[in-house]
Design a protein around this ligand. Sequence first.
Ligand code: WTA
Length: 654
Amino acid sequence: MTEQTRDITIESLMSEDRSFPPSEAFRAQANVSSESIYEEAERDLEGYWAKQAEKLDWFRPYDTVLEWNAPYAKWFIGGKLNISYNCLDRHVRNGGGEKIAYYWEAEDGERREISFAQLLEDVCRCANALKELGVRKGDRVAIYLPMILELPVAMLACARLGAPHNVVFGGFSAESLAGRINDSEAKILITADGGIRKGNVVPLKANADDALQSTPSIEHVLLVRRTGEDVPVADGRDIWWHDLVPQQQTECEPEQLDSEDMLYLLYTSGTTAKPKGIVHTTAGYLLGVMTTHEMVFDIKSDDVYWCAADIGWVTGHSYIVYGPLANHTTGVIYEGVPDFPARDRWWEIIERYKVTVLYTAPTAIRAHMKWGTEHAEKHDLSTLRLLGSVGEPINPEAWLWYHKYIGGERCPVVDTWWQTETGAILIAPLPGITSLKPGSATRPLPGVEADVVDEQGNSVPAGGGGYLVLKKPWPSMLRGLYKELERYEETYWSRFPGMYFPGDGAKRGEDGYYWLLGRVDDVMNVSGHRISTMEVESALVSDQRVAEAAVIGQKNDLTGEAIFAFVILRGETEPAPDLGEELRQYVGRKIGAIARPKQIMFTPELPKTRSGKIMRRLLRDIANDRALGDTTTLADSSVVETIRTASAASKSDE
Ligand code: WTA
């Protein structure tokens, strides 16, 4: 039995009733300003999406909007299009070639900007180079690059040829890279000599060379020079980008692809050790990311939009590359970390490019909170008009901090719920009409039918908690797991027959608002009560002295599980002996005695994946004294040791 199928009824104990309606000024200029869009989509789902699909450029119109043989969907059947054409050519043809597509900034301060017309030329050159290396429609191309412009160029070049890309985040190890290459049987690997992070070199080529020891499908490596380091170049196999790409023709006919042709594969972690290859296709995916980008971020033609994620994750695929480019939006790409060379780097970037929309993750927001407001205060952030959050439930305190100190209390904060599997945002506010509530992703977007159900799959009455499910197909949904159809059905569609189960717990209020409670495998069971780890964390971080908290269930003979909290204090606070007790009582007051942590451990760091997610499974292992699982996705493996030592010390103190 997987953790997900544990018998769970989630009790939701915290309430948050602050509400932020849209300002008159925001509403008046918003892309979506009428509630009727929800009814329209509900009345006629296919009609709604057909109308949206008019925003795409088709080589051949589709015949049928949707074919739904649960759990398999096909959208816009018979249509022919090309995503790179939709992201680039059509804007250039419409006279928009001069517009900046990306402002790029290196960690060391180097800057480049690239227009839509130049980006199109670069993409064509890269596509022609890939053709020269033997890439044809349907071939898989692995991409292992840092946050440099060659990354979106390579992705769009693949999309132009109809060769599905498989981007592997630059922080992954050689072994992870090899696993993904082999699973997808990629023919070409595009990588760089190295990446740059906090002033240090990330040895991408060395990792790639290790991986390439066991990847028989790879015929060639296209190698970008980024750091200028001396790296081995294998004769015949490795080709420098600068030796092959620049001299190619600047025109390359886009393939006329089928709506359901595969655009990309992206691997994501599941409950087992083997990552799942999420498959996204062409028309539905593009429509999903384009419409949500336009509606949720209220994108206008003069916006300067910055999604601070890494392109190696789905957020970067959908909301740095495909959605924004399809909408002809100017974006910012920053190569490095937020605190290099100083903690005001992000705010400096916002001031420099006059960023209007910022999209980031709660974990980053909490890091900035921990560092203090003085860094943002040094910069003019007055161009910002909307803020977004994604990746995990945002605790109300982080939301309010973001809203006040970054958004100057004038920018709506859109909390966007979605997954690698969903391709695009599914639950989020429409900022011109939705009243925001800190901590709630608010309502399912038009055309999205969500529900909160109990163990048996029955709708939970308003105010109750349960499992989030999706009851209708949506255009950008995954089309399966690569070469693992059975696993697709089992993972997402077997828990509640006929419904898609994302693995998240949620509560729905009387007002229909959704409150995401985290993954259901992060839910604790204390004395027969099930409590969301996230709720306890949120309570803890609402104490001014707490910067970050991670809560897990620790095995307990008496209560089944006991709440164990790892707590990082803000800079100036000392972990005094009575502070733990104070915080326990505070959580008890905030949520209820049942949610009071049994143990609080102060720690300087938390183990996180490179994408910033706290690795709760590791914390559970530490708290339960089990052997450690795989730590290769950790940002800093020494963190685990630090915590282990602190844990041992705190136990011997007892
Ligand atoms: C979580 C990232 C609460 C959720 C786009 C989901 C969120 C998982 C939110 C997907 C949010 C993402 N509120 N939880 N706004 N956004 N999640 O595949 O548990 O990296 O299932 O996609 O992140 O993570 P993934």
